[in-house]
Every structure is written in C-alpha cells, then in structure tokens.
Design a protein around this ligand. Structure first.
Ligand SMILES: Nc1ncnc2c1ncn2[C@@H]1O[C@H](COP(=O)(O)OP(=O)(O)O)[C@@H](O)[C@H]1O
Ligand SMILES: Cc1ncc(COP(=O)(O)O)c(C=O)c1O
Ligand SMILES: [Mg+2]
Length: 288
C-alpha cells in the first residue's frame, strides 16, 4: 500500500472563514495528505474585512513545536513544509531553521514558500518586515516558490512589461534557488481582460495556463493559499510539476464556481469538497 504523505503547513488560521491554513488544510487532507497545521497567527477573520482580533504566535513556538514532533520520533516522516502568511519576520527565520532541521531528518523533504507580502489596496495586511524577509532570505531556501504578480514584481524590483517578461523574472528566481516558480495570478500589460492566467517556470521550460475569469461582487480571499496547498499536495502524491499545476488550477476553479453560485464572499471549500478531488474540467497548461 502506498504511504500517505505528511506535510507541515505553517501559515495563518482564521476562526471564521477561509484563508491560510483555514483555506488549505481541509482541501489538502481531502486529496489525501496528512497535514500538520502550525498556525502563525490566530485571527478572528482574514484581514480584508478591515478589522480583526487575535494574536501572532511567538516565534520561539515554531522550533518548540517541531522539537516536540522530533521528540516523539516523527520528524523524519515529514515530506514537505509549506509556509504562507507570516505574522513577523522572526517567524520567517524560525521557519527557515525548522526547514533545515527537517531536511536533516528527511533529505527528500520539500519546502514550498508562498511569499504572502500583503496588498494594502486590497486590504491584505502583512507587516513590512515580512516582505523584506521574503525578498532577501526565504527565496534562497525555497524549493518551490508561488508568488502572485505583485510578489513576482517585488522580487524583480520592477513591474512586468509582458508575459515574456514574467517568464524572464521567474527564471531569474530559479537562479536564486527554487526549482520551480508557480505564478498564481498573472497581471501584465496586454493580458486579455476576460481570462485568469497562471504560469509555471522550471529549469525544463515554461507553461502558461488560462481559466475562465469569474465575476464576484467582492474578490474572494484565500485563493492563493488554496492554489499553493493543492499544488504541493499533488506533488507529494506523485504528480509531476505540470500535472500538479494543472490539477491545482482545476480544483481551485471548482471552489470558485461553487463560491460564485452561493453568492458567498468566503470560499465554499466544504461544499466543493468532492469536486476538489475530482474536478470536472481539466485546464491544460500550454508550453511557451
Ligand atoms: N477565476 C477567477 N475569476 C475571478 N477572480 C479570480 C479567479 N481566480 C482567482 N481570482 C481572484 O484573483 C485574485 C488573486 O489574488 P492575488 O493577490 O493576485 O493572488 P493570490 O491571492 O493568488 O496570492 C484574488 O482576489 C482571487 O479571488
Ligand atoms: C490572515 C490571512 N491569511 C492569508 C491571506 C492570504 O490570502 P490569499 O490567498 O488571498 O493571498 C490573507 C489575505 O488577506 C489573510 O488576511
Ligand atoms: Mg496570496
């Protein structure tokens, strides 16, 4: 019997709704991965409501919790670490030390970094020091990096001018360490207005994917967290990079369709659970 993979997911938790681990843990479990959620913050709700309550986890708790897992002899079973929304730069540094430790216990373990940098205009609030940490330190440690357009531009230090330019910017990131860069949402001058586009860049080549752009009265939050989580989950289950990319885009589209049909602001991950596992449409990534 094939072993069930184990994934340490270090990102935000919201009590109400779906963002960070609250968007990704259940879908990752539903596709067949044992998830170890470690919550960087516990907020009442995601920050795009403009107000929230709750606390940031003390950074020392991150190595302390991993130590506990090591003490019971389970750390070598960790197949991957995912990091997303961080409450402080010290949390980020604690995660990098934990990744090193896990790689010692399991040299095949992967580290996926979703460099959530915040988007003040959209109301995604992340401390400024976190962006600096992601730009300077996290990128070199990551095996897989999943920026959105704004984050890709921040890594490059300038705005993308075209799709080719986005590919070039992602390739520059490969030089800094990651084996693959998944751009979860493209927005460049000249992009067609009626489609949602994504990009995967590896040493072997570049793949572009389009899916329908859906209309929402308020853009749902947590889509990036869901995309990165499902991409990593499918890789651990044995998919190649391009197949995992196509799967995550297709499954996320199912969640968005359900969310739209319900007229809900929060992602309908529970109602869409069967379709997450078996998306009805498979979007094909085209090599460019
Ligand atoms: N198919 C789609 N149609 C419309 N909007 C979408 C679709 N897929 C994702 N979105 C929206 O696109 C935005 C992507 O957010 P962005 O900050 O660029 O990246 P991410 O959340 O992936 O890190 C989110 O507001 C999300 O709700
Ligand atoms: C607490 C929290 N976690 C995670 C995110 C990231 O969400 P997304 O997947 O939309 O980038 C946000 C965005 O506002 C947030 O407030
Ligand atoms: Mg994001």
């Amino acid at each position: 019997m094939k072993r069930t993979p184990h994934l340490l997911a270090i990102q935000s938790h919201v009590v109400f709704g779906h963002a960070g681990n609250s968007a990704a843990v259940f879908p990752m479990q539903r596709v067949g991965v044992n998830v170890w959620p470690l919550n960087t913050v516990q907020f009442s709700n995601h920050t795009q409501y403009g107000q929230w309550t709750g606390e940031v986890l003390a950074p020392a708790q991150i190595p302390a919790l991993v130590e506990g897992i090591s003490n019971i002899g389970e750390l070598g079973n960790c197949d991957a670490v995912l990091s997303g929304y961080l409450g402080s730069a010290s949390q980020g540094r604690a995660i990098l030390s934990v990744v090193q430790r896990i790689k010692q216990a399991n040299p095949r373990a992967l580290y996926l970094c979703d460099p959530v940098m915040g988007h003040p205009e959209k109301g995604c609030i992340v401390p400024a020091e976190v962006s600096e940490f992601l730009l300077e330190e996290a990128v070199a440690a990551a095996d897989l990096l999943c920026p959105n357009q704004l984050e890709l531009d921040s890594f490059a230090g300038r705005r993308a001018r075209s799709l080719e330019d986005c590919v070039g910017m992602a390739r520059e990131l490969l030089v800094r360490g990651p084996k693959a860069v998944l751009v979860k949402h493209l927005a460049y001058p000249g992009k067609s207005a009626d489609v949602f586009e994504m990009l995967l860049v590896t040493a072997e080549g570049s793949w572009h994917l389009q899916r329908p752009l859906l209309a929402f009265p308020r853009q749902p939050v947590g889509v990036g967290d869901l995309t990165a989580g499902l991409f990593l989950a499918r890789l651990l289950l044995g998919d190649e990079l391009v197949a995992a990319f196509e799967f995550s885009a297709s499954a996320v589209h199912e969640v968005l369709l359900e969310t739209q049909a319900c007229g809900s602001y929060e992602l309908e991950v529970v109602r869409a659970q069967d379709r997450i596992v078996h998306p009805r449409l498979r979007f094909e990534a085209r090599r460019i």
